[in-house]
Design a protein around this ligand. Structure first.
Ligand code: NDP
Length: 293
């Protein structure tokens, strides 16, 4: 069997077009432009290139973008003052704090200083907590307005747009970070999958992966998940983005896995393509909430 390739690029393009129309309608109706502020301290190269990608997609989609880059030597108090300004700025609807932050600046302090209403990457404890508590696990629908981190939201969107059955299926998520693994597991739980979360201390990882109808990888280790770890016919969502020599590869050994899985995201071009459009969606949602207040 050779798996269907879940190409995120055309999907991201379709969603970007849908969003551009929605953004134009929003601006017409409300007279202001949904906008994001990206906060960076220092010049981490991956953060610099990610900010450029965000800028390109937001400008192309008719949305506002502002970069607030502080020098590496900035103090925690200076970063907090910037976040407070952005919280108060009515022209800013979403804020992203880029990590890593320089030593001496505590990420959790900066993240918690952000208004949850502008936390469009769903990292503030209020948003993460609401995702953890949402129905059917806890709070009934409609009680919580919350933001989901863009990368796992993109992974779920890929599954949904390809009509992958989630309810009742066995899902395994390898990785438990706050930005990829944990929210992906919670999203799958919200969709009624039976979810196992694995991490660096998990015993018998290969055997657990082999049980998965839906296998999601957010590890950051090139091609760690082998072809024979995959259940025949499984759907594989690979969030990994790792440099291997002169190419970029996922956490899954793609060439071997595609012979076993029924569907698989490629790297590059899979989940990575979806992250920006999901972020745009969240910023539009944040602007909608502001307009409704
Ligand atoms: P983190 O380093 O924060 O988390 C990695 C997770 O993998 C941890 O939970 C860790 O376990 C687990 N892990 C590490 N080694 C092993 C192992 N040998 N076996 C099992 N689990 C292991 O990474 P991120 O979540 O930020 O990113 C994960 C990947 O996703 C990276 O490749 C990153 O580049 C990519 N990424 C992709 C994005 C996209 O847009 N597609 C966006 C963000 C990230 P433990 O908790 O025990 O340490």
């Amino acid at each position: 069997m050779s798996a269907t390739i879940l190409d995120g690029r055309p999907l991201a393009k379709t969603i970007a077009e849908e969003l551009a129309t929605e953004v134009a309608e929003f601006k017409q109706k409300h007279g202001f432009t949904p906008a994001i502020a990206v906060v960076r301290v220092g010049e981490d190269p991956a953060s610099v290139s990610y900010a450029k990608m965000i800028q390109k997609s937001f400008e192309k989609g008719g949305m506002g973008f502002g970069l607030h880059a502080l020098p590496e030597a900035a103090s925690e108090a200076e970063v907090l003052a910037l976040v407070a300004d952005l919280n108060a700025d009515e022209d800013v609807h979403g804020i992203i704090i880029q990590e890593p932050l320089p030593k001496g600046i505590r990420p959790e302090v900066i993240v918690e200083a952000m208004s949850p209403d502008k936390d469009v990457d769903g990292v503030h404890p209020a948003n993460a907590g609401r995702l953890a508590q949402v129905a059917p696990v806890g709070r009934p629908p409609g009680v919580s307005d919350y933001f989901v981190p863009a990368t796992p939201a993109g992974g779920l969107e890929i599954l949904k747009r390809h009509n992958v059955e989630i309810k009742g299926e066995r899902a395994v998520v390898v990785g438990r970070s706050n930005i990829v693994g944990k929210p992906m597991a919670l999203l799958l739980l919200r969709e009624d999958a039976t979810v196992t979360v694995c991490h660096s201390r998990t015993a018998n990882l290969d055997a657990i992966c082999r049980e998965a109808d839906i296998l999601c990888a957010g590890v950051g280790r090139a091609q760690m998940i082998k072809g024979d770890w995959i259940k025949p016919g499984a759907v594989v969502i690979d969030f990994g983005f790792n440099q291997l020599g002169d190419k970029w590869v996922g956490d899954v050994d793609f060439e071997a896995a595609r012979e076993v899985a029924s569907m698989i995201t490629p790297v590059p071009g899979g989940t990575g393509s979806m992250t920006n459009v999901m972020l745009m969606k969240n910023v539009l949602e944040a602007a909608r909430r502001q307009a409704a207040r």
